[in-house]
Design a protein around this ligand. Sequence first.
Ligand code: S6P
Ligand code: ZN
Length: 193
Amino acid sequence: MSSTTTTAGTSFIDPFSATIDLAEGVMTDFTRRTERKASSMRGHYADASALERLVASGDPLHYEVFEKPVPEEYGHLMYCISKLYPGLVGEEYFMTKGHYHSILQTGEIYLCLRGSGFMLMKTKDGCFAAEKMERGRMVYVPPYWAHRSVNTGTESLVSFCAYNAEAGHNYGDIETEGFVKRVLKAGGVPVIR
Ligand code: S6P
Ligand code: ZN
């Protein structure tokens, strides 16, 4: 560690790098991996019975998040690889739980590396937006907007995410509020309604 002037509340750390396997959609030298199986998605899909059938049939992985965490402090930037598997729960495409940041006035950038889908976003006062996600496309999630990704393709939807490290995650409000709209397979194509 070199000597430098630091500000209270923001830790000094040494620079580092990470390796991302763009073909597989994983951070190969991650130090933290979070997994969400079908059983952790209860309450989020319209067709609860379809979700229970999926849980009973082996409780498949829904998505994984790979990180090399940094201090959750002002000034640091958290980043991760989010890998959402393809599939349907009833007629609804696999999706992430979705969350507001606990510090609402923090945004996030998603750079889609693989797959296709949508980023659904909503605010506390009822605004809703959807942005297409596909390889090479960046989605800017502004402060105040909850966000949930949805995989409408046949391969994994992989994104690199970066956000204020102190942002935190508020899942409870989405569990209570829902997400305004869903992405459903209708007539063989994704429909947001
Ligand atoms: C974190 C960022 C992503 C998500 C990940 C899983 O702020 O938005 O890393 O955590 O895509 O989604 P969720 O809604 O389960 O956290
Ligand atoms: Zn986020």
